[in-house]
Design a protein around this ligand. Structure first.
Ligand SMILES: Cc1cc2nc3c(=O)[nH]c(=O)nc-3n(C[C@H](O)[C@H](O)[C@H](O)COP(=O)(O)O)c2cc1C
Ligand code: SF4
Length: 484
């Protein structure tokens, strides 16, 4: 993963933990309405893909164990990992694009309700993504993938040569020359791997996304409601389809790109379609970016505008992340696909302990505060969720006290210790296993390996009933809290 050049070493400092009485009075542990639903407290476990679904997208026992473990800490809400809305092969990523996924999803809802004593609200993150391919071998690219154009022929001075000769000539060109003859996009396809963009409107299925996606998301949300979830989080963040519509890099000229008003049209249409497909007791919100954190991408002003549009449309919550884009991702090795969290914008999304002056703890708080203030000034009470390096009680409480957010997301901290919430609530903060923000978990995610935390995955592996990772070396869920 990319790290800031300064490489200043930070250590998580949770500060003083509250007594049980202090916790009872704390804002963090007060309830909050989230549209039609009620959170018992303002703690939130954001979506995290743990790579535990089957290769065909079904819920497994490992998925149930993973969410049961979070539910045992009884946070206010858990958002189930990014779950594909289409019925297309997508590896071990959960899917909700067909009714055959319902049984597993119902079991998941049941598991969380039981483990949390009905206290934790359960949302599911709905994602759509476009096609991406592995970085090709140079020879394969020139022999098979590159579409030969008149521009290539003209540059080479081979107007009438057989296509095979043009391909062979291109393949032998030094990189400097290739930069002159290939388009920016062709170079990316060669050096990074083919990746569909929302601006590829020459492809019919991309041109038609504004017509097809609202119904696809609505069907998925209907299934989520049927399975018993309390609501859905529409994934409008990071590197995926909906975030790409919101991004300032979206130059579509069909009314769904260009100005912020046009970029937000499809996200609003998807929301409206979802809203009309679900009942009034079902919460619908979204996760989007305070900033794209890439050159030419959207900034906080854009996010303020989107937030106001989403609030006005009636969304029940706004969850804010940052960065996590493909555009600045690290070049993958040949045979591997680009991964959106490997560049500077990826760092902004999941900042780790080697950082710049800003540090990894709460980098998203000020942008979120600006967005929340604009939403309030606009006359909307929509709850705003913040995440990014939050691990301490005082840190979380101050954000709430200062009116910078309404709900606090703890992703990696909950992964490091799913009992954070119970321990702090009970005045046992001293027992918290504090996240070290090493991003070992994220490294596993990147390789699509079962995600675990280095602070517990080697602990008591021989205990009875402990499930181990496929490599047999790591336990899959955190050990139980020993209350002695
Ligand atoms: C292993 C892992 C998987 C993640 N998967 C998702 C995801 O499915 N959807 C999403 O919006 N964010 C995802 N994230 C980002 C987190 O939700 C969160 O925004 C980020 O880790 C920063 O918060 P934190 O500092 O509290 O961890 C993931 C993070 C990790 C570490
Ligand atoms: S592996 Fe554990 S300690 Fe390291 S960042 Fe992930 S959750 Fe935190």
């Amino acid at each position: 993963m990319w790290k800031p050049a300064q490489r200043i070493r930070f250590q998580a400092q949770p500060g003083r933990w509250p007594t049980r009485e202090e916790a009872t009075r704390a804002r963090l542990f007060q309830g909050i309405a989230l549209g039609p639903t009620w959170l018992e407290e303002r703690t939130w476990v954001p979506a995290m893909v743990p790579w535990r679904a089957t290769d065909t997208g079904f819920v497994t026992d490992d998925v149930l164990d993973w969410y049961r473990r979070f539910a045992e800490g009884r946070p206010g809400a858990i958002v189930v990992e990014a779950t594909g809305v289409r019925d297309v092969a997508s590896g071990p990523l959960l899917r909700i694009g067909d009714d055959r996924f319902l049984d597993g999803l119902k079991r998941l809802v049941d598991t969380v309700q039981k483990a949390s004593g009905g206290r934790t609200r359960l949302f599911i993150q709905l994602i759509d993504f476009l096609a991406i391919r592995r970085r090709p071998q140079r020879e394969k690219y020139f022999r098979r993938f590159l579409a030969i154009t008149p521009k290539h022929r003209e540059w080479l001075g081979m107007p009438d040569a057989p296509e095979e000769s043009v391909r062979a000539k291109l393949m032998d060109l030094p990189d400097d020359d290739l930069a002159g003859v290939l388009t920016r996009r062709e170079l990316d396809d060669l050096n990074i791997g083919f990746r569909e963009r929302v601006t590829d409107v020459h492809a019919q299925h991309i041109a038609e996304l504004p017509q097809t996606l609202p119904a696809i998301f609505a069907d998925a949300a209907g299934r989520a409601e049927f399975a018993g979830f309390d609501g859905v989080e529409l994934h409008y963040a990071h590197a995926y389809t909906m975030a790409s519509f919101l991004s300032a890099l979206n130059t579509r000229s069909d009314g769904y790109g260009g100005s912020p008003a046009q970029r937000v049209r499809l996200p609003l249409a998807v929301y409206q379609s979802v809203r009309s497909a679900v009942g009034q007791k079902f919460a619908v919100g979204c996760r989007f970016l305070t900033e794209d954190c890439i050159s030419g991408g959207s900034n906080v002003d854009d996010a303020v505008y989107f937030a106001l549009q989403f609030a006005r449309a009636g969304m029940d919550f706004l969850s804010l992340s940052r960065g996590g884009k493909f555009e600045d991702a690290k070049q993958p090795r040949v045979g591997e696909a680009a991964y959106p969290y490997t560049g500077p914008s990826g760092y902004e999304c999941m900042p780790q302990y080697l950082s710049d002056e800003l540090g990894p703890f709460g980098r998203n708080v000020e942008p979120v505060a600006r967005i929340r203030a604009a939403v309030r000034n606009g006359g909307f009470a929509t709850p705003v969720v913040v995440a990014g390096g939050i691990h301490g009680f005082q840190q979380a409480e101050r954000i709430l006290d200062d009116g910078k957010a309404d709900i606090i997301g703890f992703a990696r901290q909950a992964l490091a210790d799913p009992d954070w919430f119970a321990k702090v609530r009970e005045g046992r903060g001293d027992a918290v296993r504090v996240c070290e923000y090493t991003n070992y978990c994220e490294g596993l995610d990147q390789k699509h390996k079962q995600v675990t935390c280095q602070l517990w995955d080697r602990e008591a592996r021989d205990e009875r009933g402990v499930a181990l990772s496929k490599d047999g070396r790591r336990r899959l869920v955190a050990p139980a809290w020993d209350r002695r």
